[in-house]
Every structure is written in C-alpha cells, then in structure tokens.
Design a protein around this ligand. Structure first.
Ligand code: CA
Length: 242
C-alpha cells in the first residue's frame, strides 16, 4: 500500500503486528477505538454483537480482546465465561469496557477472568496505556522474571526467598505465592477468589475468608499494614506508589 505524503509513518516496535478484537455495539466508540489502535500499530478485528464477537474470538484467536458488557445477542460476561472455558481462548488477555462503574461489576468481570477494566467514558490514552501494560505483563510472565522488586519488597522466585529492605522474611509457601501474585501487578485489585487460585491452587475448597487470614499474617511479617491495601467490596492490591 502506498501512503499519502501527509500520512505520518508509524514506527513499528514489534515485527509482527498484534491483532486486537473489539467487541462493542456502539459504532462511534468502535470507530474511535479502531482509529487509535491502528495508529498505535495494531491490527483490528471488529464485532458488533455478542455472538459475532465470540465466534470471531474462537476462530481468529486474537492477541487481545476489548470486550463490552452490554451487548446484543450475548452479554460480555457470557462471552468471557465461554472464552475462559475454551482451551484455545482461555489465555487471551481481555480488557472489559463497561458503562457500569459499580464495583460489583468489576468483581464479576475479574472473577470470570478479565485482565483489566475501563469504565466508559474513558480516554483513549488511558486505554492504550492499559493495553501496553497488559502486553508487558503477558510477555513478562512468559519468560517468568526471576526477581520481582517493588517498594522495597523483593521476591526471588528461583531461591524462593522474600525480603523487605533486604531483610529476609520467613514466609509460608501460601504467603509467598500470595505476595508474589500481588507484587507482580502493583495497583491491580485482586478478588479473594483470584488470590485463592494463585496462592492455594485452583479448585481448592477453602473459604474466601481464609485469604483474609493469610493477608493479616503477611502484613504482620512485612511489618507494614499499608503495603497491601484492602479494596472494599473486591479484595486486595499491592500499593502502587508511596
Ligand atoms: Ca454496549
């Protein structure tokens, strides 16, 4: 394709262009998203209703999905449930776009396995930053960083040791996994259910309040009550900044 002289040439940061599937029924919003995504160097696929979106996700296996909740024919939460249940689609990162700002909807989204969440109206810049952050996370977990450090807390995954300001912590395996999960994504709120999956193992039959007990002992060992923050109605997150 020959570009017009006035068109700025995008500088590609990766050799293969990532494909983003946008499942959204508001046409104006779709147009804006497609414009911004393409400008950032992504290829785009669009679906305007739920069934079309699910079908395209399952057949085209995009690298990332932007998913609206209120959709004709099939809701975003139903799509997410199906995607997470499918062998080939369960690991595709999903960012939910929703008009609903209530925390309960975020809980539902996260408990179904959404990776991130933006509430409409959102700024394209914020969404693009979230997409980039999510890609770093996905790529980061693929080569599984051996040492994670944030706000003075350090985890060495290979040696299975944890430190605060270079003082070693005496953690149980569950506390270690819990801290690792939180520390990997500072600022991200995790539901108790997600933390249970990460720390105790998927399908383990334990009460959600068990996590509260582990968090309590973890805070005590960190000698800080505010590094791990309580997110009301959701769960917990690692503090994003001091
Ligand atoms: Ca909608």
């Amino acid at each position: 394709m020959i570009m017009a002289a006035a068109t700025p040439v995008p500088t590609p940061t990766t050799t293969s262009r990532l494909r983003v599937l946008v499942i959204e029924d508001e046409r104006d919003l779709v147009d804006g998203l497609v414009y911004n995504l393409q400008r950032e160097g992504y290829d785009t696929i669009v679906a305007h209703d739920g069934q079309e979106g699910l079908r395209k996700a399952q057949t085209l296996l995009p690298d990332l999905i932007l998913l609206d909740i209120m959709l004709p024919t099939l809701s975003g939460t139903e799509i997410l449930r199906d995607l997470r249940g499918g062998e080939r689609t369960r690991d595709i990162p999903v960012i939910i776009l929703s008009a609903k700002a209530e925390e309960t909807d975020q809980v539902v989204g996260f408990s179904l396995g959404a990776d991130d969440y933006v509430t409409k109206p959102f700024s394209p810049r914020v969404l693009m930053q979230k997409i980039k952050a999510l890609r770093r996370r996905v790529e980061g977990t693929a080569d599984s960083t051996e040492v994670i450090e944030y706000l003075g807390v350090k985890i060495d995954r290979v040696r299975h040791r944890a430190y605060v300001e270079n003082e070693e912590l005496d953690l149980t395996p569950t506390e270690f996994r819990l801290l690792e999960c939180l520390l990997r994504q500072p600022g991200r709120a995790f539901t108790r259910h997600q933390l249970m999956d990460a720390a105790i193992g998927e399908g383990a039959i334990v009460l959600e309040r068990t996590i509260d007990v582990h968090i309590k002992t973890l805070r005590k060992k960190l000698e800080s009550a505010d590094l791990i923050e309580t997110v009301r109605g959701v769960g917990y997150r690692f503090r994003e900044s001091r």
